[in-house]
Write a protein that binds this ligand. Sequence first.
Ligand code: ADP
Ligand code: MG
Length: 362
Amino acid sequence: MARIDLQGLAHAYKPNPKSEQDFALKHLDHVWQDGGAYALLGPSGCGKTTLLNIISGLITPTEGRILFDGEDVTALPTQQRNIAQVFQFPVIYDTMTVYENLAFPLKNRKLPRAEIDARVREIAEMLELGDSLNRKARGLTADAKQKISLGRGLVRADTAAILFDEPLTVIDPHLKWLLRSQLKHLHRRFDFTMIYVTHDQTEALTFADKVVVMYEGEVVQVGTPEELFERPAHTFVGYFIGSPGMNILPATVEGNRARVGNHEIALQHSYRSLPSGTAKLEIGIRPEFLRIARGGEAGGVPAALQSVEDIGRYRIARARVADREVAVMCGEQEEVPADGLHIVFDPRRVNVYADGHRVEGE
Ligand code: ADP
Ligand code: MG
């Protein structure tokens, strides 16, 4: 197992990249701690697969270095990096049995046969493949094939890290849940460094100790699921995580007040050192931290109600504030007036963003 250090990584698929747009990875510094369970979360096309392939050595980055436990491996070929990688679609040997497939990654490691056998059987049990060990992979379902693929990644206990690239995409939903909890269990047992790529926030949040959020070729936040929820470092994180995501409103900010259209919104902190000039300023607040003003209550921002959606234990009211739609989470029984609606912003929960990045108040 290893600590993986990425220093100044950038990657362009094009030769002679000229502008920022030519880079699939823009500039990336990140440390994956030894034994950490990480989710790498981001929308399709943001560079997740490119990053995994750079770590495993399938791609040589245009710029930057990769260190495993302090040793520079940037120039090392894949086979010498001791990384297990599980891809979105199964990579297995169709003509081999399930047992042979699982044992294969252990074969050229000169392990005693009994040890190989024990590990293969343990992994097969965990993935519920125990009954098919002697069957040829060819005849099995897509789910079973992907389980074999997962097993092949997990069977070696001594890898520097295991990289999973959306491995459950092709798996049946009810099986997904089981496999996720098995992976979590295996991680606890063997303590490997695990990077699990997904574009599904639920998957990322239930799975990982730390979530690394990527957006347009950059890491925009690294945090626990709570941190991503409470203090999104980038408007994208606020919008992508949570359901519905964070409300984002164009604003001007002066001291401890924000102005949205004609409305003033109080802030907990003062923002005297905002980037000057052309930065795009926005405020962000989650639907959970907005509420409907009670009759006669002062201090709310006037809003035009658009719709109320019932989503089980609570409801989402959508209303327009200064030309933008805002979502407010309301209780099941709470009254949502169609006329004269006012929305109360919790000053402690309003984040200020300049060009997408969160600004710390004073
Ligand atoms: P993700 O895995 O997050 O969906 P990728 O790493 O696959 O993102 O892709 C990042 C960007 O790089 C995308 O714009 C994609 O079109 C581009 N890209 C990926 N692979 C190649 C390739 N082999 N050649 C050229 N461009 C690529
Ligand atoms: Mg991908």
